[in-house]
Design a protein around this ligand. Sequence first.
Ligand code: T5A
Ligand code: NA
Length: 212
Amino acid sequence: MAAGRGALIVLEGMDRAGKSTQSRRLVQALQAAGHRADLLRFPERTTEIGQLISAYLARERELEDHAVHLLFSANRWEHVTSMKEKLHQGITLVVDRYAFSGVAFTSAKENFCLEWCKQPDAGLPKPDLILFLQLSPEEAAARGNFGRERYENGPFQNKVLQSFHHLMKEKTLNWKTMDASKSIEDLHREIKTVAEKTMQEVKDKPLGELWK
Ligand code: T5A
Ligand code: NA
């Protein structure tokens, strides 16, 4: 019997919730367990579009708010062909931030509605599982002060969280909220269990399209 497709697993959550730590840890553990798995992250700063985004986040250059939103989306679209190829080859993709960060961050700005923000990402590969790493602002602060990148301030982060909560109401998406205040190892074990269950469940199911 064919091994089936890989799963598309996304990690989202507030800043410093541990998305990058857990994404790396999950890919290592899946590979060690004999699964085929790859790590992706958005923004993917290595492409030309990614370098523009990175300079914007570092405050090295200014970009108009709509324009930068479309660049974040374009940075995902430029990876879609390779993502689909890998998924269909049976490789599970673990993605550190995706369209949900895109929508949550832009819609936290003045004069942006959720619907406008979602449109450019409609049709992207639909995640089979979205893990939302939940951490209180106090616990996040205990993991070190905010850096100097754009968006790293308390009031803006609160608006971002509200936008995430709106997005999580969508029942056609498989959101799972995880308690990110746990130790790295405890959280990892929970995430690995949920991920492997999802991989098993979706291997014979077609890949969906996001927000379509
Ligand atoms: N953005 C992004 C948009 O505006 N539009 C978009 O479309 C997209 C995709 C990108 C920025 O761009 C915005 C959102 C962001 O503002 P980034 O590069 O993803 O930013 O963000 P980073 O600053 O790299 O990452 P975060 O701040 O979000 O942190 P993580 O990845 O959640 O956390 P992590 O794993 O780096 O851990 C943070 C610290 O906590 C410790 C770690 O060791 C580390 O020191 N830690 C723990 N400590 C205790 N217990 C645990 N369980 C811990 N887990 C981690
Ligand atoms: Na990160």
